[in-house]
Design a protein around this ligand. Structure first.
Ligand SMILES: C[S@@+](CC[C@H](N)C(=O)[O-])C[C@H]1O[C@@H](n2cnc3c(N)ncnc32)[C@H](O)[C@@H]1O
Length: 497
């Protein structure tokens, strides 16, 4: 990724040659040239006289960037990590000037501590930081072709925000300044764009690293950035089998794999547009549904003749699959607060020929449950959630979700769980599911629910899904990294009284 461009500069730095032409444009240098008179506060030693002094750029960032370049390209590893400034100040500024085209004020003790921390930390976390940076670039080529100094500035900014928890907008401003002065205005704009994206997703990254560890967090980020694959479900209610679907995909020359976990599903990596053009979706012969969602329906295990209450049903992916598994006998009562999405559900049910076994109820589950005498042996609550398990398909969520949303969502999930539980008859089951991979929306919600409702207990899902998807606690969990599917969670809770 980082290339050889600055080698000349570093070799000259390492050998202490007379400063060669710096790596910058003279226009930029002129803008920031400051005479020694600006150093009257005693920050500069006499040897700095007549050099270009920039008092805007933070010294610890300029020095860190240059040390990182020397380490990466000059092999100066051990010395530089230990260089504590004792007698090295002049040398250090010499390197900075030869590389960046300007000096900063000398480093004070705090700056020196920061340099040591940032340089050491950036090296230790480089793989992680680079994945993060790469994941926030437009595309891989942007990252791969990034000039080395720009990449160092970004690594510093990322490390300061993610690992040192420094005030993010100050970090953005300071590193933008450095990139502008040391490279050019366009480089500053690039740093600005990428670091601002990081500010938006920082909380997610920290959370994943906390829950999954560094390696798995990296893999999850890679998954979230990869091209999503889609699954198609053959619609049995219209007499379509998976074999029919496979034949159709073959005739359209769409590469596919049959699902290893669900009889009705086929996975399509590319060519979904061809299927759409062929009109199969419009005719209701199949639907786009991730296998991770299909496996939640397996946890519900709908059987012909059953009455199932689907508490948060719209837009209806799981309702419709459950309905098709009823084989024309029984009912799915689909409740949702969103009238528009419920209307879509109703129309799709008609299209897919399962409208005979679906009825829709437009209501806020919380008030509806207080006044309804409805009871059932199977109740599904597919709760509103952060959607952190489906970021490969819903990239928009990355920029729109806030940490503050999590608290609100958890409260709502608790309220909806309490409401849904009132529908469950004695001996019946409540299935709680999300498309999140966040334990606070999954395991923690179930744990809190069981404290409030000791009349429920966890029934392990081994009977319903392959063992690979069963957690130690007996929950269903689809892990994007492990299963190459969207993230999803489900708990099967039995009412004992
Ligand atoms: C994750 S989505 C459900 C997805 C759906 N089960 C499917 O498979 O297509 C959550 C749904 O909860 C609904 N919802 C949110 N708050 C609600 C409430 N208080 N009462 C009823 N539905 C609610 C939203 O309108 C949204 O459709």
């Amino acid at each position: 990724m980082a290339h050889l461009l600055p080698l000349r500069v570093f070799l000259s730095s390492q050998t202490q040659e007379t400063p060669s032409k710096p790596l910058k444009l003279s226009k930029r240098s002129n803008n920031h040239k400051t005479s020694i008179s600006t150093a009257k506060k005693g920050l500069l030693s006499p040897s700095h006289k007549m050099h270009k002094l920039n008092l805007e750029v933070s010294p610890h960032r300029a020095v860190s960037a240059v040390r990182l370049m020397r380490i990466e390209f000059g092999g100066a590893f051990a010395d530089l990590l230990n260089e504590k400034g004792k007698g090295s100040g002049d040398n250090e500024m010499g390197y900075v000037e030869r590389t960046l085209g300007f000096r900063t004020r000398d480093l004070d003790d705090r700056d020196l501590r920061l340099v040591t921390d940032i340089v050491g930390g950036t090296i230790r976390w480089r793989r992680y930081l680079d994945h993060l940076i790469g994941s926030l670039c437009h595309d891989e080529s942007m990252f791969r072709s990034m000039e080395p100094l720009l990449l160092q500035v970004l690594r510093i900014g990322f490390y300061e925000i993610v690992k040192l928890n420094m005030p993010p907008y100050a970090v953005v401003d300071e590193n933008v300044k450095l990139a502008k002065v040391a490279l050019r205005p366009g480089a500053g704009n690039m740093v600005n764009g990428i670091l601002r994206k990081l500010v938006l997703v920082k909380w997610m990254v920290r959370r994943w690293t906390k829950y999954l560890g560094q390696e798995e967090a990296i893999q999850l980020m890679m998954w979230n950035n990869s091209d999503p694959s889609f699954s198609l479900r053959a619609n049995a209610a219209k007499g379509i089998t998976r074999d029919d679907l496979v034949m159709q995909l073959n005739s359209l020359k769409v590469p596919h794999e049959v699902s290893l976990h669900l009889d009705d599903f086929v996975r399509v990596k590319i060519g979904l547009q061809n299927v759409i053009r062929a009109g199969w979706l419009k005719e209701g012969l199949c639907s786009v549904q991730d296998e991770s969602a299909g496996l939640v329906v397996s946890v519900v295990d709908p059987q012909p003749g059953e009455d199932i209450i689907d508490c948060c049903a719209a837009p209806g992916g799981k309702t419709l699959y459950m309905a098709s598994r009823l084989r024309g006998k029984g009912k799915v009562h689909a409740i949702d607060i969103n009238k528009g999405c419920l209307r879509i559900l109703k129309e799709t049910a008609k299209l897919q020929k399962v409208d005979g076994v679906v009825d829709t109820i437009h209501a806020d589950l919380r008030t509806f449950a207080e006044n309804s005498p409805m009871k059932s042996g199977k109740v599904l609550l597919d709760a509103p959630c952060s959607g952190l398990g489906v970021l490969s398909k819903r990239a928009d969520l990355r920029w729109n979700r806030r940490l503050e949303d999590m608290k609100q969502l958890k409260n709502l999930q608790d309220e909806l769980l309490d409401a849904a539980s009132t529908f469950v008859s004695s001996g019946g089951v409540l299935i709680y599911s999300t498309c999140s991979i966040d334990p606070e929306e999954n395991e923690d919600r179930v744990e809190a629910f069981l404290v409030r409702h000791p009349e429920f207990r966890i029934d392990p899902v081994n009977r319903y899904v392959p063992s690979d998807f069963v957690t130690k606690q007996g929950f269903y969990f689809s892990d994007p990294v492990k299963h190459s599917l969207d993230g999803a969670f489900a708990a099967h809770l039995v009412r004992t009284l």
